[in-house]
Write a protein that binds this ligand. Structure first.
Ligand SMILES: Cc1cc2nc3c(=O)[nH]c(=O)nc-3n(C[C@H](O)[C@H](O)[C@H](O)COP(=O)(O)OP(=O)(O)OC[C@H]3O[C@@H](n4cnc5c(N)ncnc54)[C@H](O)[C@@H]3O)c2cc1C
Ligand SMILES: *[C@@H]1O[C@H](CO)[C@@H](O)[C@H](O)[C@H]1NC(C)=O
Ligand SMILES: *[C@@H]1O[C@H](CO)[C@@H](O)[C@H](O)[C@H]1NC(C)=O
Ligand SMILES: *[C@@H]1O[C@H](CO)[C@@H](O)[C@H](O)[C@H]1NC(C)=O
Ligand SMILES: *[C@@H]1O[C@H](CO)[C@@H](O)[C@H](O)[C@H]1NC(C)=O
Ligand SMILES: *[C@@H]1O[C@H](CO)[C@@H](O)[C@H](O)[C@H]1NC(C)=O
Ligand SMILES: *[C@@H]1O[C@H](CO)[C@@H](O)[C@H](O)[C@H]1NC(C)=O
Length: 534
């Protein structure tokens, strides 16, 4: 089917799905969802999770097994949006962006590189390529995580929203292209981070329907979760207690995403009679969102906050530091005929001692045009940047700079990446699929360097800003603040595996179980009447 026909079909699906209005998704029950801020205003919960994204949804579902949970998401529901759910429209959400309401929010880093972030329940798992692959054992060990619980948590995610793909013709050509280029051995289907060429898993099921992290909310206790949609958290509210040295979290302040930024509402953490609060506010607002909210709350570098007139709560220079994006190079291929169906990645090449990750896809760039890139990412860049506020409006993007290829080591690797990705693009298998060969001029080392500078782009795996170690401790609690954690990609020091989604879904589940277990230990009397499904 041609792209244009697909689009006509989309308007039909939109009509059909708008006429149904159940909150059921394939027979299971999703928790109560509302965009009505007045229903939530003034209420208290055991846990408040900010950001219904990739890590936030499994975390909310897990905590709801025993606690009341408020999940606040600035975007709307994914369940009636064919551009999110239907594989035939994969990529459409990426070019249809606007300032305040599109499911993808675009941003341009100070480096001048265009980028995207999810703005919908399900977060970036609702707009991404859906490629699913676990982190390496080495990554898990470096993180200091409990290896058994990590495995259980991956399996939990996989049993609910992850599928074995049927290779498309293009992905099959990519597979042979990677092998021809020497990315060996061939590992078949594998969830593990193993060198060579392999097939991964996908969040698109056999009917071409995308499963987002929002689907994991069905696994929680629906009576214990409230999902507030179309509401943007502006900042965290703290207790004003003169006697305590440690800053303690009281709740959150939010606005309607399409409302007036001065019209704010509040929700609180429940208070236990004896000593302060029980639960936490947990930021799962993503790599840009979580450090932004901390800054807006007065937690960050003193001078920067002063420039924006934000009252200082805690001078914390590390907030917004260690921002990293994996530099990437794409070779755009031409095919005959031009119009191809969107094709998310199913294959990956892991080359040169895990340094390079190669994938190929077909992306629509407008209603009637597609692009066929082969893209390569540098897995462990040395260059780092930072994030700062650009506005006190929480709906505006913060300013972020990644300093792509600033370190000479990264530049040297980029030159190797250009050579490898060109080798894949020139393979016979890929030429066979395209109906033509890919020509590229052989470049001198100086030209390759210039090429890297001009063509570096994102692989969308940016991370950091609330780095574990400097901003959060090993339990993902923010240093120096009581009742505040961060659980999402902003905590990563490096991007896990080939692609991070699997590990972020896992992390939400893992941290949820850790918190349940931790509370069990400290408050044994609370545990004897509620059954926990772990
Ligand atoms: C285009 C694209 C393609 C990608 N392809 C892949 C792929 O194929 N495989 C893979 O593994 N990874 C892929 N990734 C990367 C992966 O999707 C992300 O790294 C991951 O989803 C990030 O998860 P997170 O939980 O950190 O943040 P998100 O999933 O982005 O969640 C953050 C959530 O917080 C919400 N939020 C932010 N600020 C606020 C606020 N102030 N108030 C309320 N809510 C707020 C956001 O709306 C969002 O829903 C891709 C990413 C992109 C953008
Ligand atoms: C939520 O926001 C989206 C995007 O702005 C909008 O289309 C939708 O109507 C809003 N939903 C409600 C119930 O306000
Ligand atoms: C608060 O900090 C001061 C100085 O660091 C210390 O002397 C005092 O014991 C602390 N109080 C509490 C309650 O921890
Ligand atoms: C926003 O709300 C504030 C305070 O309620 C009010 O003074 C202001 O006029 C409002 N702005 C708009 C654009 O409605
Ligand atoms: C795509 O559509 C636009 C406007 O609808 C038109 O200007 C453009 O020429 C079309 N491109 C192709 C390749 O058909
Ligand atoms: C920063 O804010 C200014 C003024 O509102 C705006 O013009 C600019 O586009 C913003 N920059 C970014 C990167 O969002
Ligand atoms: C725990 O169990 C004991 C004995 O069965 C009971 O008396 C007590 O009320 C229970 N505690 C809670 C919090 O339910």
């Amino acid at each position: 089917m041609e792209l244009l026909h697909v689009l006509l079909a989309a308007s039909y699906i939109l009509l059909v799905s708008f006429s149904q209005s159940s909150s059921k998704c394939q027979g299971k029950t999703l928790p109560y969802m509302t965009p009505d801020v007045t229903q939530i205003s003034g209420r208290s919960f055991d846990y408040i999770i900010v950001g219904g994204g990739t890590a936030g949804c499994p975390l909310a579902a897990t905590l709801s097994e025993r606690y009341s949970v408020l999940l606040v998401e600035r975007g709307s529901s994914p369940y009636k949006n064919p551009f999110v759910l239907d594989k035939r429209f994969y990529g459409f959400a990426l070019f249809q962006t606007n300032e305040f309401s599109s499911v993808s929010q675009s941003f341009i880093s100070k480096d001048g590189v265009s980028n995207l972030r999810g703005r919908v329940l399900g977060g970036s798992s609702a707009i991404n390529g859906g490629f699913y692959s676990r982190a390496s054992d080495a990554f898990v060990r470096r993180a200091g995580w409990d290896e058994e619980l990590v495995k259980e948590s991956y399996k939990w995610v996989e049993s609910k929203m992850v599928f074995k793909p049927e290779l498309t013709k293009w992905q099959s050509a990519v597979k042979f292209g990677l092998l021809e280029a020497g990315i060996l051995p061939y590992n078949g289907f594998s969830l593990e981070h193993v060198e060579g060429t392999k097939m991964g898993r996908t969040v698109f099921d056999h009917d071409g329907r995308r499963h987002t992290s929002a689907d994991l909310l069905e696994t929680g206790n629906p009576d214990n979760i409230v999902v507030l949609l179309n509401a943007t958290v502006k900042n965290i509210i703290f207790h004003k207690k003169g006697t305590e040295n440690e800053t303690t979290v009281h709740g959150i302040r939010f606005i309607k995403s399409d409302g007036n930024v001065s019209q704010t509402y509040e929700a609180y953490l429940k208070q236990l009679e004896n000593s302060g609060s029980w639960g936490d506010v947990i930021l799962s607002a993503g790599t840009l969102g979580s450090p932004q909210i901390l800054l807006l709350s007065g937690i960050g570098p003193k001078r920067h906050l002063k420039n924006f007139g934000i009252p200082l709560v805690l001078d914390f220079p590390e907030i917004g530091q260690e921002m990293v994006d994996n530099p990437s190079i794409s070779v755009l291929l031409e095919s005959d005929p031009q119009v191809q169906l969107p094709d998310p990645p199913q294959i990956v090449g892991i080359a040169d001692d895990f340094k390079f990750i190669v994938q190929g896809l077909i992306l629509p760039i407008s209603i009637n045009a597609t692009r066929i890139p082969i893209s390569i990412k540098l897995a462990f860049p040395a260059s780092k940047g930072k994030l700062e506020l650009n506005s006190t409006d929480p709906r505006q993007n913060p300013l972020v700079e990644f300093n792509y290829l600033a370190k000479e080591k990264d530049m040297k690797e980029c030159i190797k990446m250009v050579q490898l990705v060109e080798r894949v693009a020139r393979s016979k298998s890929i030429a066979g699929f395209l109906g033509k060969e890919h020509y590229s001029n052989s470049k001198s080392p100086r030209e390759q360097r210039e090429f890297c500078k001009k063509n570096v782009r994102t692989f969308y795996h940016y991370h950091g800003g609330c780095a574990v170690g400097s901003v959060v401790d090993n339990d993902y609690r923010v240093h120096g603040v009581k009742g505040l954690r961060v659980v999402d990609g902003s905590t990563f020091l490096e991007s896990p595996g080939t692609n991070p989604m699997a590990t972020l879904l896992m992390l939400g589940r893992y941290q949820g179980i850790k918190i349940l277990a931790e509370n069990n230990q400290h408050e044994p009397s609370k545990s004897n009447h509620t059954h926990t499904h772990i």
